[in-house]
Design a protein around this ligand. Structure first.
Ligand code: BES
Ligand code: MN
Ligand code: MN
Length: 457
């Protein structure tokens, strides 16, 4: 271990410069003009896997972006870890709000800034380097490892289910390991045991069959932007509760023990509001902020458009108005049912003046992972050794839908070992990874692989 950890210590500069290469590839999965880059990125990962000594490295084609696979299976009698991550990233717009170019990773202060720095390239890279340092210094790994790094996580992993279903033997393992979430706070390592799910909807309202002169026609027809705004405004009541009929029916209540555990976490609403730049927090009445973030379902309007939004003024009564609306869901809600309830509700409340189209774009299920599993115990020990601090247990508000699918299809529990930070600007301008977390992440991952067999009795 000494030798491996001092190797990590003395290779920090190389790690950073290689990570910058990884981050330079604009693998934006949602934008087809980046399809080539996304492919190049898959090949970069493939090449990395080969370089660090993984075997059977290959790119699996899917109808969308490819999956990169590699394994190392020579640890006889030891547990097999299935590591999952994603090499695709979110779009960078609005690009003018970035302090430095999103694909030119730049160190400022204690952070490395770039799209994908934390979500998820930086965290994938942590594991590639942990494995490399193990291989280089011990000549082998203490566990068996299979890695799948996909390229469609940020667009809903549409093809991953089929990939997993079609490669059950190849992916046979004892547990899943994912580093695609955050630590509780700076210097406060944590193990995550819960994620929310998601139902993502698009609403389209059509009023008149074409745009109209707002002077000649204003006063005679219901403006679809107005109708849409009225609908959206009615989706929450004055207590911040979602009004979609049946929305809360399947929500599993928090246990007393969990509520009390949440209150013991180092949290301060005032500081949180200040960090976010809001004058006051908002949310469902009767719940604390952490409860609302981690264990309560929510509804957000992600975008709304229609009519004229260009330069200057144009008097128009638009034909159409659109909104993208997503709902975060918790156990025991399902994305399909919540999507259906949403559609029914919107159809029911929509005024007769407009035509309504509701589309389900994609969904994913919420997950709770067992906190008493050997994998989580090994993770806790590894975090303690990697960061010199006992980790906390937390849930997260974000979603990694494949976690539930790994359980359903492969029967595997997942360990969520996150090295990001809650304020890392994921999906936003100036995304970063904290350098202490990056290097602490490599050390922790080395320890995790080393510790796991001890807990796997
Ligand atoms: N890494 C995130 C998931 C995440 C975010 C976990 C914050 C824990 C805390 C992942 O890349 C992501 O963005 N997921 C999407 C899922 C969606 C596209 C199905 C999300 O949560 O919006
Ligand atoms: Mn991610
Ligand atoms: Mn993401």
């Amino acid at each position: 271990m000494e030798k491996i950890l001092s190797f990590v210590e003395s290779n920090k500069d190389r790690y950073l410069s290689e990570l910058k290469d990884f981050l330079r590839i604009p693998s934006v999965s949602s934008q087809s003009d980046h399809n080539k880059d996304t492919r190049v990125c898959a090949e970069w990962v493939e090449n990395q896997m080969r370089t660090i000594g993984m075997n059977n490295v290959q790119i699996f084609e899917t109808p969308g972006h490819p999956v990169v696979y590699g394994d190392w299976l020579a640890a006889k009698g030891k547990p097999t870890v299935l590591f999952y991550g994603h090499y695709d990233v979110q779009p960078v717009d609005p690009v003018n709000l970035w302090t430095s170019p999103p694909f030119e990773a730049t160190i400022r202060g204690e952070n490395l800034y770039a799209r994908g720095a934390a979500d998820d390239k930086g965290q994938v890279y942590i594991h590639l380097k942990a494995i490399e340092s193990y291989m280089k210094n011990a000549g082998s790994l203490p566990v068996n490892i299979k890695m799948i790094i996909e390229g469609e996580e940020e667009v809903g992993s549409a093809n991953l289910d089929n990939f997993v279903k079609g490669h059950k033997d190849l992916l046979k393992a004892d547990l899943v390991l994912i580093s695609d979430s955050s630590m509780f706070a700076r210097g406060v390592p944590s193990v995550c045991y819960g994620l929310r799910g998601l139902s993502y909807m698009e609403v389209e309202l059509t009023g008149p069959k074409s745009d109209l002169h707002s002077g000649s026609f204003g006063g005679s027809v219901h403006n679809p932007i107005q109708a849409l705004s009225e609908i959206i405004a009615s989706l929450h009541d004055k207590n911040g509760r979602v009004t979609v009929k049946g929305f809360y029916n399947d929500v599993r209540s928090l246990t007393k023990a969990e509520r009390s555990a949440f209150t013991k976490l180092p949290w301060n609403d005032k500081n949180y509001a200040k960090d976010l730049g809001v004058k006051q927090l908002y949310g469902e009445k009767g719940f604390t902020t952490l409860e609302r973030l981690w264990a309560r379902p929510t509804l957000e309007c992600n975008g709304i458009w229609g009519g004229y939004t260009g330069e200057g003024a144009k008097t128009v009564l638009p034909s159409k108005a659109f909104a993208k609306i997503s709902m975060r869901i918790v156990p025991d809600q399902t994305s399909e049912k919540i999507g259906r309830l949403f559609e029914q509700h919107v159809r029911r409340i929509a005024p007769k003046t407009v035509n309504v189209k509701v589309q389900f774009l994609h969904g994913g299920e919420p997950a709770i992972t067992p906190i008493e599993s050997p994998g989580v115990k090994a993770a806790a020990t590894a975090l303690q050794k990697g960061f010199g601090k006992k980790p906390l247990y937390q849930r997260e508000g974000g979603s990694i839908p494949i976690v539930v699918q790994f359980k359903k299809i492969l029967g595997l529990d997942t360990v969520l070992l996150g090295f990001g930070l809650p304020d890392e600007n994921a999906h936003a301008p100036d995304e970063f990874i904290n350098l202490d977390n990056f290097f602490g992440g490599i050390r922790t991952s080395v320890h995790f692989y080393n510790e796991l067999p001890n807990y796997w009795k």
